[in-house]
Design a protein around this ligand. Sequence first.
Ligand SMILES: *Cc1c(COP(=O)(O)O)cnc(C)c1O
Length: 332
Amino acid sequence: MELNPNYPTPVEHLPRLSRVPDASSSARACDARRASHACQLWVKREDVTHPLYGGNKVRKLERLLAVAKARAADRIVTVGAGGSHQVLATALFGRQAGFEVEAVLLPQPRSDHALLNLRASLAQGAHVFPVSSYAAAPLAIVRRLGRDALFIPVGGSNYLGTLGYVDAAREIAEQIRSGAMPEPDVAVVTLGSGGTAAGLAAGFAAAGLKTEVLGVAVTPPGWGIALMARWLAWRCGHLAIRFRVTSRYLGAGYGHRTAWGDRATALAQGSGLTLDPTYTAKTFAAVLDLVDSGRYRHVLYVHTLSSAPMAPLLAGAPEEQELAPELVRLFR
Ligand SMILES: *Cc1c(COP(=O)(O)O)cnc(C)c1O
């Protein structure tokens, strides 16, 4: 499938957010401080996977659309929150590859970012089917399925989508080998539907890296998504993965902004990274805490949010006032 992606995505050091322990700390070294050392923060720029629309859905769609083509499908059926990045990416790249894209849309808390994504998805020609609850989604999906359609689950996280992040892990291993960055102790990534974290953990294991993956849960329950991620990693051939999950940064739930996320967003902005409240703000808050903890020498943040400009994707999009009432009701 020729998406014309932009690989390898760069890795960069973020010196302003790295940790330099104060000079006096070794003088007053006591047991509690022994593990306290300098920590370099690095970022894997998955925001620039594609010039039109980046983020972590590009590698997944590369694999998924190739299969849709191989099966001679006409339509892609997918599902996601009202402001889903996955739906937007599928609408854009799926249509570009010649498929009709249909999306069942689920309710989520209102945010400007989510509304923009929905309007952009509509501008890319997505056919949308809003449902009023998660419970109503399976039937709405089944109604759209057919022999001419390939189904892409939430977040694009099935076996094929996950393989896209095994590819990314291989790319990171190559960047370490070539000296572009040191081997990280821990790679921190958002845990939405789990495919990105699972693929990375499986890929690191395959490449013989010791890097642990920390998944920051943004959809409850964290343990359920963690189980899903372990299963996906197993499907990619790896049971023995270094993988941990935290639900400490979730706040009130999926799509609800948090104070720590807002603080992380402001700090990231100072280093040239733009975050969103649903996924990356919560993850970056975890990253800052890890760096601060003084327990790691090298932390890698995997930046999964597109940084491509939205204006071209919004050309011809309906205004918010022009949206059908059942679409507006998705955001509450
Ligand atoms: C979809 C998405 C994620 C979650 O990735 P999963 O593979 O579903 O866990 C993280 N960050 C952003 C910006 C996303 O759009």
